[in-house]
Design a protein around this ligand. Structure first.
Ligand SMILES: [Zn+2]
Length: 238
């Protein structure tokens, strides 16, 4: 299963909510694009479903990991100019499902932040890259967020216990899915993306050549000599 061709992004977007399973997902997939949106005057917020408590590559005590990764994500967000960063409580890294509780919590965040655009993990698996993009938590976060965009957040008769007015998100962007076809040139914001990723010390400090690895990947995505790009699938949802 794959996505259809991307739609042309809406031109009147003012607010964007980025919903991701783990700290660092938004930075690996999208930080250059987010930095460009902030530069253009868009209001961008982050909603992290877990604190990445199953991540890390060293002997940091496991009990310290949630607070450590929350601090890393807040530092990374600051690098690209995002200061609205929320974390959900009650969801563990590694065992995420697209539950009704998760849909309700994402719906609450959407109804409060009132974004025109939502950017999230792909709910579709990439069979050519099982490791990384197709982590089951990513698929679950993407699926729950898609359900929150339609129909949950906009239906005034859904999750009435939230006591928040319904809100219609008009566009959704997916990161990490199969055959993404909407490229965003991030050559000018690349250094901030790199700095944001370095802020995730527990996740990236063991990588010998993060800069080289990223540049190779983003250059291949761009396909234009000397340019770097991130790729997405984009759909209208209103
Ligand atoms: Zn992740």
């Amino acid at each position: 299963m794959s996505f259809p061709r991307s739609a042309t992004p809406l031109q009147d977007v003012r607010r964007v909510l980025c919903v991701f399973a783990h700290p660092d997902d938004v930075d690996f997939g999208c930080a250059g694009t987010v930095a460009g949106w902030v530069d253009a005057g868009l209001e961008v917020g982050y909603l992290l479903v877990t604190r990445g408590d199953a991540g890390g590559f060293d002997d940091t005590p496991r009990a310290m990991m949630p607070a450590l990764r929350e601090a890393e994500q807040r530092a990374a967000a600051a690098v690209v100019g995002v200061d609205h960063v929320e974390f959900l409580d009650g969801y563990r890294d590694g065992v995420l499902t697209a539950s009704i509780d998760l849909r309700r919590d994402i719906t609450a965040a959407i109804r409060r932040f009132r974004p025109d655009r939502v950017l999230t993990n792909s709910p579709l698996r990439r069979w050519d890259r099982i490791a990384g993009p197709s982590h089951p938590d990513h698929l679950a976060a993407g699926e729950a967020t898609t359900c929150a965009v339609y129909p949950d957040a906009r239906n005034p008769f859904t999750f009435t216990e939230l006591d928040l007015p319904a809100w219609t998100v008009r566009e959704i962007w997916y990161s990490g899915g199969p055959d993404p076809d909407h490229l965003v040139d991030i050559t000018d914001t690349y250094e901030r993306k790199l700095k944001a990723l370095r802020a995730h010390v527990s996740q990236t400090s063991h990588l010998e050549d993060l800069d080289g690895m990223l540049r190779a990947r983003l250059a291949a995505t761009s396909g234009t000599p000397g340019r770097l790009a991130e790729a997405f699938s984009v759909f209208h949802t209103a």
